[in-house]
Design a protein around this ligand. Sequence first.
Ligand code: GUN
Length: 295
Amino acid sequence: MKIIDGKQIAEVIKGEIRVEVAKYIDDYDVAPHLAAILIGDDAASDTYVSHKEKDCKSVGITSSIYRFSTDVSEEELLKTVDFINDDDDVHGLIVQLPLPKHINVDTIISHIDPKKDVDGFHPLNIGKMMLGHPAFLPATPAGIIELLKRYDIETSGKHCVILGRSNIVGTPLSVMLSRKSKHGNATVTLCHSKTQNIKEITLQADILVAAIGMPEFVTADMVKPGAVVIDVGIHRVPDASLQAGFRLIGDVNFAEVSTIASFITPVPGGVGPMTRIALLQNTLTAFKQIVRLSS
Ligand code: GUN
């Protein structure tokens, strides 16, 4: 069994991005700039956004955070999106999800300029992705494809089973893996909460992706020996023996499944760091497309 070291791959790509950003700063005195809108005081969202800020800083990308309290109106958010859309010095814009219940997420996301939609959530980018046209790809599926690529894991003709049909992971990943492309061409089964006989299906998977949001849902008896297992889940469990008071686990029972998988992503250090990198890559792409400097 081989561990897919997302952390190490992410560091390599980060180095590449850092060099490219430094070149733009040296040659043209401009840096890519990512803006994030953060609403409310959800601890997880706060952590994600501060990670994104730290990642940007580590590669020379400028970042700014627009913070709002939970009771912010949709109108005020739309105004802020407009303001950032019109700001020529900002190249990427993300709205951290989830949003409070009184805000319509589709309204907000559809309002982002698709050229700055580095999360790849705007309907135009999703449509382009569906058609296989160049588009901003959502960070987690893009990060997973990058890991498969860097570990030379063949997808063509393989049966990929994805657990979870979310708009930001399972559904776009099912499209990307089944597309006629070098790192696609897979036969994909997308399982969800209404899927029957899930174990019968997962046992057929050459590549199994768990993005179901249930701690240690995937156990060894659900995995074909030699399968590649990608764990998208991240959950905190209390652990008094650790200084932090908790440890992180995924949607896969790592101790069991790692004994039969050919490749497996750990949690933490697997998909997570790659998701963070994909956002930086998209921000750099948006910058280059908007600013149009010769490289
Ligand atoms: N919430 C959970 N994942 C994401 C993500 O990738 N982007 C945004 N904007 N919000 C999220």
